[in-house]
Design a binder for this molecule. Sequence first.
Ligand code: PLP
Length: 225
Amino acid sequence: MTVHLVGTISERVAQIQSSLPASVRLIAVTKQVSVEAMREAYAAGIRDFGESKVQEAENKQTELADLPDVVWHLIGHLQTNKAQKALQYFQWIHSVDSLKLALRLDRLAASLTQKPQICLQVKLLPDPDKYGWKTAELLADLTELDQCQHLQIKGLMTIPPIGLSDAEVLQLFEQNRQLANKIQAQNWQRVQMQDLSMGMSGDFPLAVQAGATMIRLGRVLFGDS
Ligand SMILES: *Cc1c(COP(=O)(O)O)cnc(C)c1O
């Protein structure tokens, strides 16, 4: 989908913010976006930046070290060998997509003072291009996930496969919300399900309609890079 942009970054941030319910947190996805453009977004009120690569975030955090109150979100697939660095550079990891990775993060987080906030990435439809738990596998892994004392498991993240109609995308987002509700109703000790990270430039109104609490927007803010 091509995104048609008008105005400056500040105007786009303001326009989108004003269209969102107060319960929705706007995460500006800044992969391949310059630090100058990120400063403009910051000046417009953005405090949440989403990056898909640890190394890119590391470089940008050095350059943006004077911005004190930024929250960094990892939204891309994380290899276990980069887990330690991810914990160093991100307060949120939306893309925890396997039990193995969750257990690794939990062990590593034990040695840090911070408790990372994470989302479990689910794959509600078969999609060879994406990582994530299938529903039944996630439900089966919850007992072990609930043992992760050093993680704050906050909710579910999902990305629809490409090529779905709007109605199908909406249905998939609603399915994600229902899965979160189902898990929440199981009353786990640690696993919480208050957050739903879903919605990108092409589909965020549908995600908001389905109850997203965090939307991850790149192109509608910064253009196609
Ligand atoms: C790139 C990316 C986004 C933002 O996508 P846009 O279409 O640019 O809004 C959101 N989530 C993830 C996981 C991404 O990789």
